[in-house]
Design a protein around this ligand. Structure first.
Ligand code: BGC
Length: 719
């Protein structure tokens, strides 16, 4: 019987594989027969932009253009074919999805998938084949202007989210374009900075999420970054594009340049770039247009490599625009709003709730002062970089009114002016950090009259923007003065901070008892926030990056490697990025990676492993019991960090290797199961150029944040 079952299973497996193989072979045959019909000129048309967001097709053979559009916040409004001005469509209002660091703060890959599905469906409704999302460069440096677009400082968290975002987008036969490959970690000098990074650091920190998104997410396209890595532009970096991405990771898809990020024809063509994109024409003069044709004719680029690029583009098309039963898509739907709400609701991080002022009990509160420009501000667009023409965006004030307005008197005061535009020079922006005393007085007068004050501060999409980094960690717009004054006027002041990156909250952490962190949280931001304030949603977000106590504690500043000298940035901190640095160097952060409170409490016990000794290739199965010891149902993110005992090479104090978000009812205990592959405990040996699992003892730490270790188990790895 056993024999028969084995045979049947083998047969099924074999026939499954061969069906897939057959499909691959027949697609390859089809693609090759198309390529055989194409002239060299036609092939080259497909390898460069012919407008701002499309590259050429071949009408004669029925090959369409390849169309793309920006995420990551949602599908960007339609702009004109040849300039960045709005095309003034009336059908392109879209769902504004929570920003990257908000998605990361959910610590829930299912939310990243949900995000992806919305992006994919809305892209289809707009007939876009490639969405330029998700973006997940490592948050190396807290001031980076694009931190809000990116996920996290941790490669594992990044990877787990990226895999699901890609799968979600591609579930709709739309290609994800994972970006920016690689090490686009600062905006200052992003067009010419050379990031000098040793191979171990690249392999352990900057590449793993891309690897995961390619190997496990099966991303169809990759965007090469603007900067150089180790002396070579990312758009012509043989190591990154050919050796690692295409050869080692087996990437079958298309490498697309960042916009105007190509510098040479031959180097880019031979070193792995497939499509050149950019902004301004004349398009036939681009590196991958007439100059590429000339380079092929001169024998500097082989026709075989042109065929390989075209084959990749056609392969991409057969998985997207030319896929069978291609979904029609939908845009700005209620279902998509609900997805935006779900993500936002899980992303909000409760930083402090010392007096248990939250959740608010509406029937006990007669009046609320909602204060701060961010209470009425929308975040779907602003600054440089992609925005969304949001079909709707519920502000904090609107959310609070809709939840509390029936029983509570709600009044608003602006409190501060957000006097900063990304398009202005520093001189023009001068004074943006000064408080506005008249607005503060008005806010204080209001706060004195109400039961509770909800103070909505933080930054906005002008202050955090592509194209520039912030200059300081300080809260902008004189907000601290407003916080001090309102807190003194009303002892029941709740701070709500909306931003996409770390800020200096030292004074606030010391002086304020109730602090909630929200983000640029999408179309339903106000509803999600109000539901957290009311306790309809029990907060479960956890910080996806460390908030340093001082900018100078952070590695790139401590080692004076930001923004680099003469456009070279030596990543001297190596593998010690984010909490890896703070923990290893014993520097206390303001808020640690993975931190976030709940309205309930969780107790961890019984961390157990299935065995005590493991070998490379095996899986460590762990279980930990988490009891909800409070009175409200809530979600906890169990985090597993691993720490090598007596390592023979430098290792970070600890590294995240698994996590799981679980809902636990009051008084109930969840047994949380997680797996770690022994091979994932390896470090990259720079000299041997390979991953090495060092034998010996390892601590496994079950934690509620990187600083809050609840349970420890010790295992041994033998060779
Ligand atoms: C950004 C990319 C973006 C592209 C197209 C570039 O400046 O770096 O992330 O996808 O523009 O808008």
């Amino acid at each position: 019987m056993k024999y028969i079952i084995t045979c049947v299973m083998a047969l099924l497996l074999f026939s499954g594989v061969s069906a897939q193989n057959k499909a691959d072979v027949s697609l390859n045959t089809k693609i090759n027969s198309i390529i055989r019909k194409m002239t060299l000129e036609e092939k080259i048309e497909m390898l460069h932009g012919n407008a701002l967001f499309s590259s050429g097709g071949v009408k004669r053979l029925g090959i369409p253009e390849l169309t793309c559009d920006d995420g990551p916040l949602g599908v960007r409004e339609e702009i004109k074919r040849f300039d960045w001005n709005s095309a003034n469509w009336t059908t392109d209002s879209a769902t504004f999805l929570p920003n990257g660091s908000a998605i990361a703060a959910t610590w829930n890959p299912a939310m990243a998938y949900k995000y992806g599905v919305v992006i994919g469906e809305e892209a289809n409704a707009r007939k876009k084949n490639v969405m330029l999302a998700p973006a997940f460069n490592i948050c190396r440096m807290p001031l980076c202007g694009r931190t809000y677009e990116y996920y996290s400082e941790d490669p594992y968290l990044n990877g787990q989210l990226a895999i699901q975002a890609v799968k979600g987008i591609q579930s709709q036969d739309v290609a994800a374009c994972i970006k920016h490959f690689a090490a686009n970690n600062q905006e200052v000098n992003r067009d010419n900075v050379n990031a000098v990074i040793d191979e171990r650091t690249l392999r352990e920190i900057y590449l793993p999420a891309f690897k995961a998104a390619v190997e496990q997410g099966n991303a169809y396209t990759v965007m090469s970054a603007y900067n150089k890595v180790n002396g070579y532009w990312c758009s012509e970096n043989d190591f990154l594009l050919n050796k690692v991405l295409k050869k080692e990771w087996g990437f079958k898809g298309v490498v697309i340049s960042d916009w105007a990020g190509v510098h040479h024809t031959v180097a880019a063509a031979n070193h792995g770039l497939d499509i050149e994109m950019g902004s301004a024409g004349p398009y036939d003069q681009w590196y991958f247009a007439k100059p590429l044709l000339a380079a092929v004719k001169a024998g500097k680029v082989s026709e075989a490599s042109i065929d390989d690029k075209v084959e990749r583009v056609l392969w991409l098309m057969y998985h997207t625009s030319l896929s069978k039963n291609h979904p029609k898509g939908s845009i700005g739907t209620l279902v998509h709003s609900r997805a935006a709400y779900d993500i936002a609701a899980e992303s909000i991080v409760l930083l402090k709730n010392d007096l248990h002022l939250l959740p608010l009990k509406p029937n006990k509160i007669k009046s609320i002062a909602v204060i701060g420009d961010n209470a009425i501000r929308t975040f779907a667009s602003g600054g440089f970089g992609a925005g969304v023409k949001a079909k709707h965006e519920l502000t904090a004030l609107e959310g609070i009114k809709s939840r509390f307005g029936k029983t509570t008197d709600i009044k608003f005061a602006q409190g501060y002016k957000a006097n900063y535009l990304a398009s202005r020079t520093d001189d023009q922006n001068a004074g943006y950090d000064k408080p506005d005393q008249a607005l503060i007085n008005e806010a204080v007068a209001l706060a004195k009259t109400t039961d509770v004050a909800i103070l909505c501060i933080g930054s906005n999409r002008e202050y955090e923007s592509e194209g520039h980094d912030r200059k300081t960690l300080d809260l902008p717009f004189g907000e601290q003065a407003l916080v001090d004054a309102v807190t003194a006027a009303n002892p029941k002041t709740i701070l709500v901070i909306m931003a996409g990156a770390p800020y200096d909250l030292n004074k606030i952490k010391k002086s304020n008892h109730t602090i909630v962190w929200s983000w640029f949280n999408g179309s339903e931001a106000g509803a999600a926030l109000a539901d957290v304030l009311e306790g309809i949603i029990n907060p479960s977000g956890k910080l996806p990056f460390t908030f340093p106590a001082s900018l100078h504690d952070s590695p790139a500043f401590a080692l004076d490697t930001y923004p680099g000298k003469d456009t070279t940035a030596y990543y001297k901190e190596g593998i010690l990025v984010g909490y890896r640095w703070y923990d290893t160097k014993k520097i206390d952060p303001l808020y640690s990676f993975g931190y976030g409170l709940s309205y309930t409490d969780f107790a961890y016990t019984n961390l157990e492993t299935d065995k005590k000794n493991y070998r490379p290739g095996e899986t460590i199965t762990l279980s930990v019991k988490i009891k909800n010891t409070g009175g409200l149902a809530g979600k906890e993110v169990a985090q597993l960090y691993v720490s090598k005992i007596n390592p023979k090479v430098l290792r970070p104090e600890k590294e995240l290797k698994a996590f799981k978000k679980v809902m636990i009812a009051p008084a109930k205990t969840a047994v949380v199961l997680m797996n770690i592959n022994v091979n994932d405990l390896a470090y990259f040996d720079d000299k041997l150029h390979k991953w090495v699992v060092e034998p010996g003892e390892y601590k496994i730490l079950a934690a509620s944040s990187s600083k809050d270790i609840k349970q420890i188990a010790i295992i041994k790895i033998t060779e």
